[in-house]
Design a protein around this ligand. Sequence first.
Ligand SMILES: C[S@@+](CC[C@H](N)C(=O)[O-])C[C@H]1O[C@@H](n2cnc3c(N)ncnc32)[C@H](O)[C@@H]1O
Length: 483
Amino acid sequence: MMKLGGKFVVQILSKEQQVSVGDGVQVDVSLQNEGVLINDHQGDVLYQSNSSDRAWMAGDGMLFISLERDSISVLVLRSIDPEAEAALGEVLLQLQGKFDRRTEEASADLYFHYYSLLPHQQNMLQDMIRTGTYYASIMGNAVDFRDKVVMDVGAGSGILSLFAAQAGARKVYAVEASNMAASANILKNANPALGARIEVIQSKIEDLNLEANSVDVLISEPMGTLLVNERMLETYLHARDRFLKPGGRMFPQTGRIHVAAFTDDLLYTEMVNKATFWQQNSFFGVDLSSLFQPALDGYFSQARPPDGHQVVVDAIDPRCLISAPMSHAVDFGSALENDLHDIVIPLHFPMAVPGNVHGVACWFDVLFDGSSSQRWLSTAPGVPTTHWFQLRCVLSQPLTVYPGAELHGELRLIAHKRQSYDIHLRLSVPSLAPGRVGSDAWPCLRQVTGKFDLKEPYYRQLTMPYWGNQAAGSSVPSESPAL
Ligand SMILES: C[S@@+](CC[C@H](N)C(=O)[O-])C[C@H]1O[C@@H](n2cnc3c(N)ncnc32)[C@H](O)[C@@H]1O
């Protein structure tokens, strides 16, 4: 926590009351994490926020708007001496660096380096389901773009900006943090009829100095594996809060995560078999078997136990799914950045068939909700495969289920500073106590848990089978930090 020197007066307005609860009070101001703590001189807390979603310097003061889960508060802070004024300037700089505060430097360096390389942009462009759906959604809703000011959040090569210009946008801000911005500029200049209306800005969205509420439409492709990997959705919401006019449109508008129980003996056996090497009791005369169990644990935990098991990414056969999916929706128009820090998806799977549940399969879709047409971009099993494939959390112990059994649990995603999430999976199912059969049997609960690291998936499959043209053969590199 950093205490700011100098004298301030404060005015705090809460949404509920629309009244000043601390007008003109002289206070102590401290910064904590992303928020602000204000005490009166007796030490009593006058105001506390965990985040400052917007902050402006105005005259000798500063305005914070804090959007918490259940409330919106506005804090007007005025400096009444030069020391305080200088301190406020520093605060503003810190608040602008919101991306940097939630991201480890090494992670950000790797991430933006990855996106600065054309082959990785090409990999996304060649995903024809992805790029084609964006094109159709933008062109099919040209009425939402015509003569409008558009911001492309994380523009990459600038492809979506060019689509927006094709749809008639008057002005497009193509904001890209990585050095790919230079290539976007080349592309824009090489397409002058469209490019004349595009301004490429190399900046993190969070550090961008552009007039507040100046944009009619936001376009972005912020989706990572399981929708939220990369934590770029937070950047998308940040752009909405700062730059989108009230009532402005977002393409896409909504995202959903879907989770279903799956069975896959082959995958499970494949993972176990990797460790069987250590079962040998005479490897050049040496008994290795004492390391079998640690090796097995390692394979299920990607040899990095503190970070959790490895998630498996590939295109799955929909017949592996043995339950209907549970879904979690995120409305990009109203969700708060904080909502994405800890996502809990309750799971309840009534089982219709007997089998071994080896874990959960996850995928996502997003909705383009334009004035003329609605279109989903789906990454579900069984529909043409995208470069996101599907994701599976494989449990080290399968759960045996029988028809009529109810599988309960939760999937919890906790954001971390390496631009990804720890995934905590808990599943339990009533089962019969061992050794008891018939009328003597009594139910007990079997529970399995697993922790997975979304950051480092195991790409079991590298090519997209359904799109045999451009996409086939373009691999998702295993060193990918992002996809
Ligand atoms: C998934 S790519 C999409 C690129 C392009 N819009 C497309 O659809 O092909 C995301 C892009 O956003 C950029 N990006 C990620 N976070 C950003 C941030 N905070 N500010 C600006 N750009 C960001 C990345 O460098 C990357 O080029």
